[in-house]
Design a protein around this ligand. Sequence first.
Ligand SMILES: Cc1cc2nc3c(=O)[nH]c(=O)nc-3n(C[C@H](O)[C@H](O)[C@H](O)COP(=O)(O)OP(=O)(O)OC[C@H]3O[C@@H](n4cnc5c(N)ncnc54)[C@H](O)[C@@H]3O)c2cc1C
Length: 434
Amino acid sequence: MTTHAQFASNPGHALSWYAATANQKSVRPALQGEVVADVCIIGAGFTGISAALELSERGYKVVVLEAERIGFGASGRNGGQIVNGYSRDLETLERRYGAEKAHALGAMSLEGGKIIRERIDKYAIDCDLRHGGFFAAFTQKQIRDLQAVKAKWERHGHEHLEVVSHEDVASYVKTNRYVGGMIDKRGGHIHPLNLVLGEAAAAESMGAIIFENSRVENIGTGNEPVVATSKGTARAKHVLVCGNAYLGKLLPKITDRMMPVSSQVMVTEPLEPGLIESLLPADYCVEDANYVLDYYRRTADNRLLYGGGIGYGGQDPSNLTAIIQPNMLRTFPELTQAKIDFAWSGNFALTLTRIPHVGRISDTVFFSHGDSGHGVTTTHLLGKILGEMVAGHAERFDIWASLPSLPFPGGKTFRVPLTMLGAWWYGMRDRLGL
Ligand SMILES: Cc1cc2nc3c(=O)[nH]c(=O)nc-3n(C[C@H](O)[C@H](O)[C@H](O)COP(=O)(O)OP(=O)(O)OC[C@H]3O[C@@H](n4cnc5c(N)ncnc54)[C@H](O)[C@@H]3O)c2cc1C
């Protein structure tokens, strides 16, 4: 790997291409002493910052406490893919929760992407937005599954998907690995760290205060819960817990319903413009249809950003490039000589249902986490919904909070090996084309 010496350092972040190319690198102060606000938000990822922005727009006094840096977690490290919908398809939601709830969730399923685009526009956020996503199929079975997904979305009134044949794959990605795929014109990709930084700056412009390096160690209950870090306290009428996979042991009552899972991302050196354009001619982002999937896209400076791999329990593997590079070369053998400039890992929160876990800890403390690998859009939606909840409009929050959440089988000791076994089984089915 080359060094990152050509970029100004960005302490406290993973050594990622995102941190190296962030629009803002200055560190916000840590909380000292006492602050009083209407709402205290724990965690400055997409969920927390989306809620902060929604509430700031509504005129609330907001304070955000972030253990590390804004976007330190999954929000500043992900593949940057704007994937509409949830980590379970609408058919599964209907079977599980009934037609009425599935319909309500279906009606919200494009809103996250819409919120992102509206905010980029409204606050002139410079985060390399590109439009269009491609879901790649290895087998005819996956094509049939994509066709079924498209039909279901159309029943909910969404007309933005198109299944494409083998011959048309080359318009989106130049590889012989896929038999076809599906395009989503309302998908797309962004520089996620610059998006969350831009949204944070927008909230700050309306009075929100964001403290970095301020890990919350205790959350009180009652009418005005006091939230404590090692150096200060925040007193607020409402507390929103948005720590996701990085929450640790803060609230064992809710964290036993999610498991941190790591995914790995690698970025090449800048490629010849002609080469990267030939590999991804439409500049769509791509993810494949396997259970453990590869996801990739172009960056604004003509690199290939390639992700994949999975680590249940949130392990941070030391040999990141060795995990991802062989997959990249299977997709694009012409990149054998391409140098890898960056590789990093990050954790998302997985729930057993693969649907976010949203709810109340008390009358004044609420939480949302567990987007289960597809969270760029859902976190924006749920952050907004947390804001609506605080503002007294609980209807949509209550729909999410009513969805049952389940602890992982096997308790603390066996939940990781049992989940790995399940993933191995689904991975095997993909390899056998079942
Ligand atoms: C490598 C990777 C690739 C991904 N790719 C995609 C993709 O391409 N498309 C997609 O849709 N989704 C993707 N995801 C998922 C998506 O990034 C996440 O679902 C989403 O960013 C979660 O946002 P969040 O705000 O809930 O959590 P996070 O972004 O993890 O933010 C939580 C924040 O809370 C802070 N925090 C935790 N505990 C405390 C505490 N006690 N006190 C103060 N602060 C605290 C953390 O430091 C962190 O900054 C990916 C995830 C990973 C890890």
